[in-house]
Design a protein around this ligand. Sequence first.
Ligand code: ZN
Length: 142
Amino acid sequence: MTQETDVTSERPFSDRSYAAFLGEEQLMGSRCQNCKQLFIPPRGLCPNCHTGNLSWEQASGRGLLVAMTRMAMVSPDLAAEGYGGSRPYCSGVIQLDEGPRVVARLEGSRDAEPDQDMIGQAMQVGFEHLDRETPRLVFRPV
Ligand SMILES: [Zn+2]
């Protein structure tokens, strides 16, 4: 183990650390060293075997789209970004190659019609830098 040179090992398994990694364009989770399950966002305690023996692991950022939804009615925050009736906000569930499922904004889908044919599409993570501290997680077709 090269703990001294591995900065990731110094970060606690928290939402704050997860967000900090996103800021560095890294999708990071914690993997249980006992049952080997990966958690994104990271957990400090494994819910399966209740061990605290977890370590940081960077996900590939690749996965399959398993569900999606399209919102024409959006929050004021999203409306301020230009989303709404004529530009629906698409969000989806991506099953990562490593196993965990993450929810993120989808890019690259047609705006007008629901794209149920995108289900099963291979997706790749991206990081949308908005005018705020933490980038937004997005996925786009590979
Ligand atoms: Zn475990």
